[in-house]
Design a protein around this ligand. Structure first.
Ligand code: ADP
Length: 495
C-alpha cells in the first residue's frame, strides 16, 4: 500500500498531466482548424474573384488572370498598373468546362493539369463549391473548385500547397509537446517538494507525539510559529494534552487520596482488634470494642459506596436520569434520619416544604424559592431515588455537623427559575469565599473543618456535585440569612 504522501503526489501528477494534455490537445486542434480555414479562405477568395470576372465577361476568351485585373484596378480609381498580388503567388489556377477539359490555366501549371473526376464535375454542375485534398506532384495540395454562372466554363479551380500549413502544424505539435513535458516536470517537482515539506512537518509531530507517554504528559509539542493549519493542529493537540494531564493528575490524586482514606480506618480497626485480643477481657469490653469496630466498618462501607458511585458516574455506568421522583417525601425521610444526630448536638432541624409545585408559582424578587401552591403538581426531579437521597443526606449531615451546638439548620423545597430547588442552610461558620471553588474537589476539606476536627472525608460534596451535574443541574453556594453557608441544589423540573 502506497503511503498517503506518495498517493497524493501520484494524484497530483495524474491530474496535472491530464489537465495539461487536454488543454494542449484542444489548443492544438483549434490551431490546426484555424490554419486550414485560413488557407481555404485565401483559395476561395481567389477562385471567386476569377469566377466573377468570367461571369462578368462571358463573351471574352476564357483566360486566367495572372495579376489583379486592370478593370478592378481602374475601378478603384488608380488608373495605373495594378500592384503585385500576393494572393496569386504560389497558386495553381485552372478553368474547366463541363467535360472536365481545361479551358485555361495559370502559367505556373505549365503543361500539366489538376485532375477532375466525374463526381466532382457532377457536384460543380449542381452549383456546389468543393474543397478537397489532392496528391499533386510530391506536395500535399488543397484545392477549391467554384462553379461559374453562364458561359462555356463550368468552374474555376484554385489549388495551393499544404506544405506551409502542415509544417506549422508539426511545429506547433512539437512546441505544445515540449511545453507540456516541461510543465509536468516542473509542477511535479514543485508539488513533490511542497508536499514533502508539509508531510515532513507532520512526521515531526508524529515522532514528538510518540515520545509523550503517561509519565511525560507534561511535555508539549513544539510550536512551529505561525498560526496556520499546522500551528492550529499543534495548539489543539497541546490543549488536548493539557486536558489529559489534568484528568490524569486528578485521577492520580484521587487514587492516592482514596487509598489513604481507606487505610486510616483500616489501621484504626486493626489496632483496636489487636489491643482487644492481647489478653482475655470482660464481655462488656468485647461489646465496646465490637461496637467501635462496627462504627469503623460502617464508615468504611459508606466510603467504599461513595467511591463506587463516583467511579460509576465517571464511567457513565450510573445513569443519573430516571423517571420523575417527588422530592418532598424524600426530604422528610432524610430529615427524619438526621434528627437523632441533630438532637444530640441540640440543633434545631427545620423542614420547610409544601410538597407541590404549580407552574404559576415562581420566585420572589430575591430569587428565593417560593413554596408552591398546594393545588399544583408535586415538586420533582428526574434522578434515581437513592442518588437524590445521597445528595440530600450529605448536605443535611454537613449542615448539622457544621452548625454550632444549639444552632439551626433549615431544609426547604421550592422552585427557582423553572428548576426544582432544594436549599439546605445553617448558622455555622459559613464557607470562606476562597474555598468555594474547591469545595467540589474530591477529598477537599476546608481549613475550618480540619482545624475544628469535624469528622469527614471530603468526598460528600464531590459526590453531590457529580450526581447533580450528571442530572443536568447544579449546586450554588452562598451565604445564608441564618449566618452560615447555604447550598442550593437546582435540578431541571420535569415538564
Ligand atoms: P466532609 O464534610 O466530609 O469534610 P464534604 O465534601 O461534604 O466533606 O465537604 C467538604 C468541605 O466543605 C468541608 O470539609 C467543609 O470545609 C465545607 N463544608 C461543607 N458543608 C459545610 C457547611 N454546611 N458549613 C461550612 N462548611 C461546609
Amino acid at each position: 500500500m502506497l503511503s498517503f504522501r506518495r498517493r497524493l503526489a501520484l494524484a497530483h501528477v495524474v491530474v496535472v498531466t491530464a489537465v495539461l494534455a487536454i488543454a494542449a490537445t484542444l489548443t492544438y486542434l483549434s490551431l490546426v482548424a484555424s490554419l486550414r480555414q485560413q488557407l481555404d479562405g485565401a483559395l476561395l477568395v481567389l477562385a471567386e474573384q476569377e469566377a466573377s470576372m468570367l461571369a462578368a465577361n462571358p463573351d471574352l476568351p476564357v483566360t486566367v488572370h495572372e495579376a489583379p485585373s486592370a478593370v478592378s484596378a481602374s475601378a478603384s480609381g488608380t488608373g495605373s498598373a495594378p500592384p503585385p498580388s500576393y494572393a496569386r503567388l504560389d497558386r495553381l489556377v485552372q478553368i474547366i468546362d463541363r467535360d472536365g477539359q481545361v479551358l485555361a490555366r495559370s502559367a505556373n501549371l505549365g503543361a500539366s493539369t489538376l485532375p477532375s473526376d466525374a463526381a466532382l464535375l457532377a457536384r460543380l454542375a449542381d452549383g456546389e463549391a468543393v474543397f478537397e485534398n489532392l496528391a499533386y506532384g510530391d506536395e500535399p495540395t488543397r484545392r477549391v473548385s467554384v462553379p461559374v454562372q453562364g458561359g462555356r466554363a463550368l468552374a474555376v479551380q484554385v489549388a495551393g500547397s499544404l506544405d506551409d500549413v502542415d509544417h506549422n502544424i508539426d511545429a506547433a505539435g512539437w512546441i505544445f509537446g515540449a511545453m507540456g513535458v516541461v510543465l509536468v516536470v516542473v509542477l511535479t517537482v514543485t508539488g513533490t517538494l511542497m508536499t514533502g515539506r508539509v508531510f515532513g512537518a507532520i512526521d515531526d509531530v508524529t515522532r514528538q507525539a510518540q515520545r509523550i507517554g503517561d509519565r511525560t504528559l507534561s511535555d508539549r509539542l513544539p510550536h512551529p510559529g505561525p498560526h496556520d493549519e499546522m500551528g492550529r493542529l499543534i495548539d489543539t493537540l497541546n490543549d488536548m494534552l493539557a486536558r489529559l494531564e489534568q484528568a490524569f493528575e486528578a485521577q492520580r490524586r484521587f487514587t492516592a487520596d482514596a487509598s489513604h482514606e481507606l487505610r486510616s480506618p483500616l489501621s484504626r480497626l486493626r489496632t483496636e482488634l489487636e489491643i482487644t485480643l492481647r489478653r482475655p477481657r470482660e464481655p462488656a469490653e468485647y461489646v465496646d470494642a465490637l461496637r467501635s469496630s462496627l462504627d469503623e466498618v460502617v464508615r468504611l462501607t459508606t466510603l467504599a459506596e461513595e467511591l463506587l458511585t463516583l467511579a460509576r458516574l465517571d464511567s457513565g455506568q450510573e445513569s443519573a436520569t430516571a423517571s420523575a421522583v417527588a422530592i418532598a417525601p424524600l426530604l422528610e425521610e432524610v430529615v427524619r434520619r438526621a434528627r437523632p444526630a441533630a438532637t444530640r448536638r441540640d440543633v434545631d432541624l427545620q423542614l420547610d416544604t409544601l410538597a407541590t409545585a404549580d407552574p404559576a408559582a415562581s420566585e420572589d424578587a430575591d430569587g428565593e424559592p417560593v413554596p408552591a401552591a398546594s393545588a399544583g403538581r408535586p415538586i420533582a426531579a428526574h434522578l434515581p431515588r437513592q442518588l437524590l437521597v445521597l445528595v440530600a443526606t450529605n448536605l443535611v449531615d454537613n449542615a448539622v455537623k457544621f452548625a454550632p451546638a444549639g444552632g439551626t439548620v433549615r431544609v426547604s423545597l421550592g422552585t427557582r427559575e423553572g428548576w426544582s430547588a432544594i436549599v439546605v442552610e445553617d448558622d455555622g461558620p459559613g464557607i470562606p469565599e476562597e474555598e468555594r471553588p474547591r469545595l467540589f474537589e474530591r477529598f477537599y476539606r476546608g481549613a475550618g473543618a480540619r482545624a475544628a476536627e469535624v469528622p469527614g472525608t471530603g468526598l460528600g460534596l464531590a459526590l453531590c456535585d457529580a450526581i447533580v451535574r450528571a442530572a443536568g443541574g447544579r449546586i450554588d453556594i452562598d451565604d445564608s440569612p441564618l449566618g452560615g453557608g447555604r447550598f442550593s441544589v437546582l435540578l431541571p423540573a420535569p415538564r
